[in-house]
Design a protein around this ligand. Sequence first.
Ligand SMILES: Nc1ncnc2c1ncn2[C@@H]1O[C@H](COP(=O)(O)OP(=O)(O)OP(=O)(O)O)[C@@H](O)[C@H]1O
Ligand SMILES: [Mg+2]
Length: 195
Amino acid sequence: MKLIYHGAEAELWLDTYLGEKVVHKRRVPKPYKHPSLDESLRASRTKNEARILSMARSAVQTPHVYGLSGYEITMEFVDGERVKELFYSGKTHVARRIGHDIRKMHDIDIIHNDLTTSNMILSGRDLFFIDFGLARVSSELEDKAMDLVVFKKMLSSTHYDVFDRIWGKVLDGYHADETIKKRIGEIEKRAKYTR
Ligand SMILES: Nc1ncnc2c1ncn2[C@@H]1O[C@H](COP(=O)(O)OP(=O)(O)OP(=O)(O)O)[C@@H](O)[C@H]1O
Ligand SMILES: [Mg+2]
């Protein structure tokens, strides 16, 4: 097995299973956290992630889940480029597609809650969403708007140089109407005054 990613939350190991490339996403203990609290949080996020990864497949592309045990999910390896690297190299053609796919997720009431360009991988013509540990099911406009606000904030800080080219296209692909645009504005305003 080869370690392909080592973050604060998880380690990602590349492996093969029945001739296919797979990854094991293992949530690692956080030394500064209370052990039993940490364990239950890691276990519940892992279970939640596997559940929503499978659920979201009816709307968008997500890696196939092969197995779940304790703090570890075994899933399909997505061979492609993260949207983060695409945007870094000025390739922004997927922006509209991203908005379109977020809308499809929202239409089945899945809120990702961690929309970032590290959590989207373009593989050929297919756009995959990953990292559903914080995702949940909700039909509330507020939750959908918040999902977009989090993504917008991430884009404007990490991809400030191309932000102006991207955001309008994301909203376009989402078919954002005045109601959601207004709510996004309200959330941003609230955040500004409570800082
Ligand atoms: N199924 C997959 N196929 C290919 N690469 C993957 C897959 N899942 C994750 N990765 C790679 O590993 C990285 C981290 O995975 P993920 O986003 O699921 O973990 P994370 O919860 O963000 O971890 P941390 O919070 O510790 O950063 C991704 O940004 C991506 O580059
Ligand atoms: Mg991630």
